[in-house]
Design a protein around this ligand. Sequence first.
Ligand SMILES: Nc1nc2c(ncn2[C@@H]2O[C@H](COP(=O)(O)OP(=O)(O)OP(=O)(O)O)[C@@H](O)[C@H]2O)c(=O)[nH]1
Ligand SMILES: [Mg+2]
Length: 459
Amino acid sequence: MLLSTVAAVSTARGKGGVAMIRISGDSALEIVSKMFVLPKKTDVFDLIPRRCYYGSIVRDGIAIDDGTLTYFKAPHSFTGEDVCEICCHGGSYVTQAVLETVLSCGAKMASAGEFTKRAYINGKLTLSRAEAIGGVIDATNDAQLRLSSSIARGTLSNKLTYIRALMLDLITRSYATIDYPDEDIEDNERGAMANTLNKVLAELTGLKNSYRSSRAVSEGIRTAIVGKPNAGKSSLYNALAGEELAIVTDIAGTTRDVIEHTALVGNVTLRLADTAGIRETEDTVEKIGVMRAKEKLDSSELVLCVFDMSERESDQDYKIIKDVQGKSCIAVLNKGDLKVCLSEEFIQHVHKSFEYVCEISAKSQNGLDGLAEVLNKMYELDKINLSNDPLIANARQLSSVNLALEKVKEAKDALDFGETPDIICFALENALSELDMIDARATSEEIVNEIFSRFCVGK
Ligand SMILES: Nc1nc2c(ncn2[C@@H]2O[C@H](COP(=O)(O)OP(=O)(O)OP(=O)(O)O)[C@@H](O)[C@H]2O)c(=O)[nH]1
Ligand SMILES: [Mg+2]
């Protein structure tokens, strides 16, 4: 248990209907008894936990607001400590006044993420679940919310517990053989251990691969929209953004600056960049635009390569196909609402050059569903249920999975090469401690502090 009792405003800053001040620690009730007056002078210490009480908030003997008080008795609270939550009117000044009253009655100001950190320290949350609460708060679209909410509810933690149990079983079996050094591991025992090791390898590989999908949802993919002038890049950009952000005209060379916006397409968060149409030009400003478009193309992770179906192809179209070779790419055949003038030969060339091809009309927005499907497929989000499947959510977790995977492979090699059980055991114990870093059964205090400092105050 931590000694100090801390408080903070847990609702968002600014003016609102209601604000909530949370107080957590051994002295929560004592602090509240000095500033929250219940009708008929009911003693705060007699409150029934998890029931909401109406009363007055009093500073220096004068009521400054009225509101509600809910008491959560340890360990049945978010932090695992005694918690009191006071809801008052949500003006900035009144909220600050209530918080200051709580602080003057003996609470210390909570630091960023302190409530969640205490929940973790008191065993109410695993580290991956605590991190995911940050993801729920930061979510800006439905896919991100479903992903973070699922991890916050424990899907990843449960999977880790399952893998851990398999590994512990292997370690126990290895120890059993170590205890009888004269006996080698029997053949059927060796077979059973190999089976379990393969299961562990498959589970860890699944988690490792899941990062590509979860990153596409949470962090987003740096995506450049490229093509020759007038192909309809800005029209596509606007259609995906759901807003008329970029200027669209029938004049070739409209876009010069790179414009950026984030949009959810399918379940993939695209960090879109609309760029100038790529062509040879003598115009000074357009030249700079083309140079920036090429830079954006080089630094992007994904390219939406737009072709105009309503016009005969040009050398520029062939050149762009060459430029994007080796990049992760989707060919977008645009203006599907008009008569197709691209040659059959060129369309075949596109199908040969790109793994993914979509036909759309940026103007009528037809075919955008197909583009969303392709994106889900590319990032394997068509096979994943974001609300239920365990996924690795960040680079820290991925690094632990990779290290654990390496050690489990060492254990498997040792078993296959007929090494002694102590060598298998050693590799497995190392694998287990790497895996335990994810839910912080073995994470350093420094890492834990770093994680919680990214939260806002009041969470
Ligand atoms: N019929 C039809 N017209 C389209 C479609 N997409 C774009 N256009 C038209 O094509 C012209 C060029 O569109 P933009 O989106 O500005 O093309 P761009 O590739 O951004 O052009 P630059 O910025 O000049 O490189 C405009 O007149 C659009 O209205 C489409 O799907 N169907
Ligand atoms: Mg444009």
